[in-house]
Write a protein of this length. Structure first.
Length: 248
């Protein structure tokens, strides 16, 4: 049985950065095999992880439809194409869903993405899914239970409110979430009492707080994968305390 971790939250709250830190944490703990899933149509998890992707599932969709080679079944062709889109990196594999190419609706692309995940997930102990801001695609992406859902937010009252709305939206989807945890990112100093009150009012479980970290920013602006941030980095240290609590 694999353990599925998903990261959600408003755009720019640090989802992809956190997904990278989770993968790094699992690797350092010697846990695996790990499948990293980039479910954001503007794929950039690969940049945070410092790996190149050859193609996305969205890109291969058109060719999958058209040219099933003679003598091959559609299923085998599909498996072949999924393997082709899978990037094998040091200690983990990465699959990017990308955006659907050409005409056709997102539903077909989502069905394909789900088929792809269903095909792959059996091979991995840990699945880490980085999402885009909207979560609508999520229930179509996976029928699996999500063991741990991180909801990211900033520390503003509005941010916490948005996080609770995202939580409600996810609850409305046909998915089983075993545990959901709020992670507040890019915090300056100590959050005030209003912050804790709002978290309580919204009935969110606070997993922890990550400080604003110039090193994260510096890595990013230099085009260096934040996955490679040193353990001493403030944000990495805080993130690891959270992971220690929730990821076995
Ligand atoms: N704790 C942090 N301190 C400083 N910058 C951060 C921190 N967390 C994330 N960032 C930066 O914020 C930006 C958005 O992060 P990202 O992970 O891409 O968000 P999302 O995936 O939610 O859109 C990136 O430039 C990232 O490097
Ligand atoms: Mg992102």
């Amino acid at each position: 049985m694999s353990f599925t971790i998903a990261v959600s939250g408003k755009g720019g709250t640090g989802k992809t950065t956190l997904a990278g830190m989770i993968i790094r944490f699992l690797l350092d703990k010697g846990k695996g095999p790990i499948l990293a899933v980039d479910a954001d149509s503007n794929s950039n998890l690969n940049e945070v992880l410092g790996v190149q992707i050859r193609s996305t599932i969205g890109e291969t969709r058109e060719t999958m439809k058209k040219d099933v080679p003679v003598g091959m079944t559609k299923d085998i062709w599909f498996e072949y194409k999924v393997q082709e889109a899978l990037t094998e990196a040091r200690g983990f594999d990465l699959i990017a869903m990308g955006r659907p190419e050409g005409p056709g609706c997102y539903c077909a692309a989502n069905t394909l993405a789900r088929k792809c995940l269903d095909l792959l997930t059996g091979n991995y102990q840990y699945i880490v899914i980085d999402n885009e801001a909207g979560m609508e695609h999520f229930s179509r992406l996976t029928t699996r239970d999500v063991d741990l859902l991180f909801i990211l937010s900033d520390s503003s009252q509005r941010g916490i409110l948005t996080a609770s709305r995202i939580r409600d939206l996810i609850h409305a989807l046909d998915l089983r979430i075993v545990r959901e945890v709020l992670v507040v990112n890019r915090v300056q100093g100590e959050p005030g009492s209003e912050f804790y009150e709002e978290v309580k009012k919204q009935n969110l479980e606070l997993g922890g707080v990550l400080p604003v970290d110039e090193e994260v920013y510096r890595y990013d602006s230099e085009g260096k994968p934040t996955f490679q941030l040193p353990l001493e980095s403030k944000a990495v240290q805080s993130a690891r305390r959270i992971f220690e609590k929730y990821i076995q």
